[in-house]
Design a binder for this molecule. Structure first.
Ligand code: PMP
Length: 323
């Protein structure tokens, strides 16, 4: 890694700024060195699915896994390919990307001014599926459970992408007991800090998951990803400490910049300033957004000193005379 690269403060990809715990890395190295790599991994990652399921009081048959939730989205879209997929925008761009690649009909309903889903318009769709990102990337707000329930009551399949769910508190996973048309997606890439190993999963009723599981090939997760996720689940206490740090920092940043940003329940904040190039010139890389947010940026919550640099730079941009 070059020195120039190291100096840049990277707040562009919604990663957690901590590596996974050292004791985890030592344990993982030991387990990986003992792996029989000539052997295929578990056919359908049964033991990992079982361990994930237990966290939610569910079983392996309620869970599917993939190489990141990006791949899980592709599995779910394949399953829903005969419906129209409906989402509220602005949202995570990969939904449209995958739907278009797969030739699936895709409708985008603009959110209201405060980035709430336009529920009246959404409820007009029948024989469709919804995808709801909560907390939403890039706006940071959550969709409340009552809104999710009213979408579920239509009978359409509802995917709730909770990639940032750990930073928001309670999600919707418990609702899979009441609604077999609900699929909740989660990932090891954000709060768990395993973005480099690419592991995501979805939770649903066993009836729905049985149908989806039948469409999936074996050996989706490599042995290394499988053992890493399995072991990391034992470190949830440490992971939650990282999450608390990020939430504290998120609220601190927001207090400083609330005049020109939006409140967030994720590990990033949407900033209402056209400040991408200015921040880059000051050594801070953030996410440039497309229309209709092309005059805003999304900033990931980083370490305290990185966030201080971000706050100072944003204030300098806003008020160059005082700073
Ligand atoms: N969903 C959302 C809302 C995301 O922001 C991301 C990553 N940026 C993903 C899914 C994909 O995450 P991964 O494939 O790393 O699990």
């Amino acid at each position: 890694m070059s020195d120039t690269y190291k100096k840049i403060i990277r707040l562009d990809k919604n990663e957690i700024p901590f590596n996974v715990p050292e004791s985890f890395r030592i344990k993982l190295t030991e387990v990986v060195s003992g792996l029989e790599m000539n052997r295929y991994p578990e056919d359908y990652s049964e033991s990992l699915r079982e361990k994930i399921g237990k966290i939610y009081g569910l079983g392996a048959d309620n869970i599917i896994v993939g190489n990141g939730s990006d791949q899980v989205i592709t599995f779910l879209f394949d399953f829903l390919r005969n419906t129209e997929i409906v989402t509220s925008t602005p949202t995570f761009s990969m939904y449209k990307f995958f739907a278009e690649k797969k030739g699936i009909r895709f409708s985008e309903i603009p959110m209201t001014r405060m980035f709430e889903p336009d529920i009246d318009k959404l409820l007009k769709f029948s024989n469709s599926s919804y995808i709801v990102c909560s907390p939403n990337n890039p706006t940071g707000n959550t969709t409340d459970r009552d809104t999710v329930k009213s979408l579920l009551e239509t009978g359409n399949t509802v995917i709730v992408d909770e990639a940032y769910g750990e930073f928001a508190g309670n999600g919707c996973a418990d609702l899979v007991r009441d609604y077999d048309n609900l699929i909740v997606m989660r990932t090891f890439s954000k709060a768990f800090g395993l973005a480099g190993l690419r592991i995501g999963y979805a939770i649903s009723s066993s009836e729905t998951m049985e149908k989806i599981q039948k469409t999936l090939p074996p050996f989706i997760l490599s042995s290394i990803s499988h053992v890493a996720a399995t072991i990391l689940l034992d470190y949830r206490h440490e992971i939650m400490k990282n999450v608390e740090y990020i939430i504290r920092e998120r609220e601190r940043i927001y207090r400083e910049i609330s005049d020109f940003s939006f409140p967030s329940k994720a590990n990033f904040i949407l900033v209402n300033l056209d400040v991408f190039q200015f921040l880059k010139d000051n050594g801070i890389l953030v996410r440039k957004l497309g229309d209709p947010l092309s005059r805003m940026v999304r900033v990931t919550v980083g370490l305290e000193h990185e966030n201080d640099a971000l706050i100072n730079a944003l204030k300098m941009f806003r008020d160059p005379i005082r700073h």
